[in-house]
Design a protein around this ligand. Structure first.
Ligand code: GLN
Length: 489
């Protein structure tokens, strides 16, 4: 399983499956069965990759069968019969939503996320919930209360995180599409580590109704695809205004899948020097250079640019995100949701439930967040971090206002690391140095495979101005086509 595999064959792509279902050559029920069979083969369960936490094969296949017989319109949907896996912090009605945490073990949501409703209305079948770092805090999926997920490209390595389970089921070939969530790189980094496509939309592009909140000024649902096209089809289905989420933008949603074949002539692609520091692995730099050459040969101009506040992103992120998390996670008190560990009185019950229910990293974040928000330190840390966050956002605004259309960078400073290699939390936090910036600025960004180093996938990242996902997808489709099989070498 350590061999780097090509993306799914065309007939198991999202487009391929949906076309066959619409043509009547395949039923949604059969497509669901085949997805589970591919999952079995790749051992996505607890005894293997440990990527899939919760699934109910019989119920899923029966529901897919119901689609075909009862609601014809679903069988004509853009994602008719397409099997999709979902990160375990996105609410689904029929399967648990545990957020990878003991504190929500066995919890089943009474409502479903808008993104899920939209996928189902387009004909998709939700096949299961995927493993993740507890409450999406981590970069390796080692922080799950249900054990770490393994990288399908090399089982001794992490798949990245926090949406590692979703990345792994796509990379293992079970499904062409999966949902993840991003607060500081949690879709792009695992996509890079697993050799697939991962997209973080603009803040406000996708409804967060039903996404369990981590850091509300950063959180966004994102998509994984085996290819750029799978990701484009997924995003155009879930994007757009939702009355259930006041932060969702009331802007028209482009058909991202129509960006395929767009010309790059006249496009200006920025190369921000801060994303190519001296310590960057020379082989990663080389893969990026090959991508820049591809952009040039497609008619784009590559321009050196600077985003001077980039190195402040990690310190700022690790103040803002824990601060918001400490407030959002206050609701898990043993009274309203999930597990309760009774104590002597209310305060003791809170304490017992939270100490037993939360893992080490979540506890660290809550303590950190409460500290930076406390009366004596608010100005020194939280207010200062917010001010620096504005500078980081301004860096992007300035560079995009100067005539640069998109930025291209490595997604991560290294390929997937071995399980257990980053015991020091700060080391782990540094995995997100090239990705957390886009979350702080709110701009859309995506990762796609651009080559391998020692047989491990390397991701290249495109970053676009707010709500310019269509142009970002145009460049991604073009780069994917230009690199062809080289993206796997
Ligand atoms: N790795 C980052 C963290 O631990 C980002 C997580 C995320 O995007 N959900 O917070």
């Amino acid at each position: 399983m350590s061999e780097h595999r090509a993306p799914l064959p065309p007939e198991t792509s999202a487009r391929g499956i949906a076309e066959r279902v619409r043509a009547g050559d395949l039923t949604a029920e059969r497509a669901a069965r085949e997805a589970f069979a591919r999952g079995d083969q790749a051992k996505v369960g607890p005894e293997g990759l440990n990527a899939l936490l919760w699934s109910d094969r019989a119920a899923t296949v029966a529901a897919a069968h119901g689609h075909g017989t009862q609601s014809d319109f679903v069988d004509r949907g853009e994602l008719a019969g397409v099997p999709i896996a979902v990160k375990d912090n996105i609410a689904t009605l029929s399967l648990p939503t545990s957020c990878g945490s003991r504190i929500l073990e066995g919890y089943v949501s009474p409502f479903e996320a808008t993104a899920i409703t939209r996928l189902r209305n387009a004909g998709a079948t939700i096949v299961g919930k995927t493993n993740m770092d507890e409450f999406a805090m981590g970069s390796s999926t080692e922080n799950s209360a249900f054990g770490p997920t393994r990288n399908p490209r090399d089982c001794s390595r992490v798949p990245g995180g926090s949406s590692g389970g979703s990345a792994a089921v796509v990379a293992a070939g079970m499904v062409p599409i999966a949902l993840g969530s991003e607060t500081g790189g949690s879709v792009r980094q695992p996509a890079a580590f697993c050799g697939i496509v991962g997209v973080k939309p603009t803040y406000g592009r996708v409804s967060r109704y039903g996404l369990v909140a981590f850091a509300s000024s950063l959180d966004q649902i994102g998509v994984f695809g085996a290819t750029v096209d799978d990701a484009a089809l997924a995003l155009q289905t879930i994007a757009g205004r939702d009355v259930m989420d006041a932060t969702s933008a009331d802007l028209p949603v482009e058909r991202y899948a129509e960006a395929a074949g767009a010309s790059l002539s006249g496009l200006v692609v920025g190369r921000p020097k801060e994303y190519f520091p001296e310590f960057l692995d020379a082989r990663i730099r080389e893969k990026c250079d090959r991508a820049f050459d591809a952009f040039r040969s497609l008619g784009a101009e590559v321009r050196d640019v600077s985003l001077p506040h980039t190195d402040l992103a990690i310190p700022v992120y690790y103040i803002v995100a824990p601060a918001e998390a400490s407030s959002n996670l206050a609701r898990f008190d043993g009274v309203r949701y999930g597990v309760r560990v009774p104590g002597d009185g209310l305060a003791a019950t809170y304490e017992a439930t939270r100490s037993r229910g939360f893992g080490k990293e979540v506890t660290r974040r809550i303590l950190l967040g409460a500290y930076v928000l406390s009366a004596g330190y608010y100005d020194a840390y939280y207010r200062k971090a917010q001010q620096v966050r504005t500078l980081i956002a301004d860096d992007f605004r300035t560079v995009f206002a100067s005539g640069v259309h998109l930025l291209f960078t490595p997604t991560t400073p290294s390929p997937a690391f071995p399980i257990g290699a980053k015991a020091d939390p700060y080391e782990m936090y540094l995995s997100d140095i090239f990705t957390a910036t886009a979350n702080l600025a709110g701009v859309p960004a995506m990762s796609q495979p651009i080559g391998t180093v020692d047989g491990l996938p390397i991701g290249g990242q495109l970053i676009a101005p707010h709500f310019d996902e269509a142009r970002m997808f145009g460049a991604a489709y073009a780069l994917e086509a230009a690199l062809g099989a080289e993206a796997l070498r």
